[in-house]
Structure formats: C-alpha cells, structure tokens
Design a binder for this molecule. Structure first.
Ligand SMILES: [Ca+2]
Ligand SMILES: [Ca+2]
Ligand SMILES: [Ca+2]
Length: 226
C-alpha cells in the first residue's frame, strides 16, 4: 500500500503578549546632581535636592534604592516652598495601561490651605496647576512606601507626557521621592491591517516520489494585495 504523506495545515492562534515596557526609570543615583532631562521649577529659594543626608531623615534617605533620592524640605532652608520636579517628556504614543510607580516618604507637620504634596500629569508638554492631579496629600504623613498610579486615562497613546512632583509647604518637614518608573503596554491595533489568506485545493499539487510516496506541496503563493 502506498504511503501517503499528508501535510496538515495548522492555524496557529498566537495570543497577544502583553508585557510592560519601561518608558522611564530614575533612581537619582547621580552623586547629588539632578537627573538628565528632568527640570526644576520654584518661585522660592528652596527647591528639590538630590540628597544623601541620611541623619536628617531618620537614617536612610528612604528605603528606596541606593544612596540618593529627590528631597524637598520646607524646614531645612526655612520659609515657603512651592517646588516642582518635572520628568522629561515621555512618548506614550504606542502604549496603553500606563502606570507610574515611585517610592516616597512624606512627613506632614502643619500643612494648611492648599499645602501638601501633589503629582500632576500633563499631555500638552507644559505642566501647571491646570493639569490633572493624580495624587494629593496634605493632612497625614506617609511612611516609606511604594505607590502605583494608573495614569492611562490621560497618558494612553499620547506622545508628550510629563509628570510633575509638586511640594507646597511652609515649615512642614519634607517629601522624599525615589525610584520613579513609568511603564506601558505596547498597543496593538484592534483592526489588523493584514487579512488572513484564503487557501483552496487548487493551491496544492501532489507529486509521486518513487513507487510509494506522494508529496503534497504548495502550488503557488498568493500575492494578493491588501
Ligand atoms: Ca535612589
Ligand atoms: Ca504650613
Ligand atoms: Ca498643561
């Protein structure tokens, strides 16, 4: 009996893989210098520093990574502080599910009015108080902790995203931030541009090899335009 080689056509259903990409990471380990691309805005002399002054902050700047962190301290220099620490522009045009994560510690003292800590997000390249507030605290201290905030509603598929860490206070202790990361999931189009290829019996050809074997192969290759 002739042995027939049957070529089975398998349709592979490859599930979409959804691993998060790191769009920004900053651990402030630059010997006390500001990180490249970040900017500082302050109307007052006191601003964000990148300190390693562990004794002032109770041993260890934070429980974040390394020796350095971003620190703003309304008692250290005295007076009113309204200081912004702003990330570089982050291109999220191809991303969804965008998460900002950071480690921080906030010591509350006597915040009044609109004093406190803020995180703003801008999708227009310029951060100011009209932009979206994704975190605010002004009435309780925050022990060293890692915080995650989903900023997808603003950042999804936007090409110019910036975050602003704002501390507004007057003789109210400090805020420390470390290990800032922004991650996103690569966005796949919901309407694929390439259509599936139809295959009919005429696409195949059978060829006998020797006395027993028949090989079935592709007869032609579609070159349809999509
Ligand atoms: Ca650090
Ligand atoms: Ca105050
Ligand atoms: Ca803005």
């Amino acid at each position: 009996m002739k042995r027939i080689l049957i070529i089975s056509l398998l349709i592979l259903c490859i599930p979409y893989l959804s691993t998060a990409d790191i769009l920004l990471f900053e651990d402030f380990e630059h010997g006390g210098a500001p990180p490249s691309g970040w900017s500082l805005i302050t109307p007052d002399p006191t601003n964000w520093t990148f300190s390693t002054n562990s004794s002032r902050y109770g041993g260890g700047v934070t429980t974040g990574s390394g020796d350095y962190a971003a620190v703003v301290d309304s008692d250290l220099d005295g007076g009113t502080v309204d200081a912004w620490l702003i990330t570089p522009s982050i291109n999220c045009a191809n991303y969804t599910n965008i998460i900002v994560e950071f480690h921080h510690r906030y010591v509350h003292a006597n915040e009044t009015g609109d004093e406190g800590i803020y995180i703003y997000i801008a999708d227009d390249g310029v951060l100011d108080t009209n932009d979206n507030i994704v975190l605010y605290e002004g009435s309780i201290s925050i022990l060293p902790t890692t915080t995650n905030i989903d900023i997808s509603s603003v950042a999804n598929k936007k090409s110019d995203i910036k975050l602003g860490f704002r501390y507004k206070a007057s003789y109210d202790w400090f805020w420390i931030v470390d290990d800032v990361s922004i991650t996103g999931t690569l966005a796949w189009s919901s309407s694929p541009t390439q259509k599936s290829q139809e295959i009919t019996p005429s696409d195949f050809i059978a060829e006998q090899v020797g006395e027993k074997d028949i090989i079935i192969g592709r007869n032609k290759i579609h070159t349809s335009k999509y």
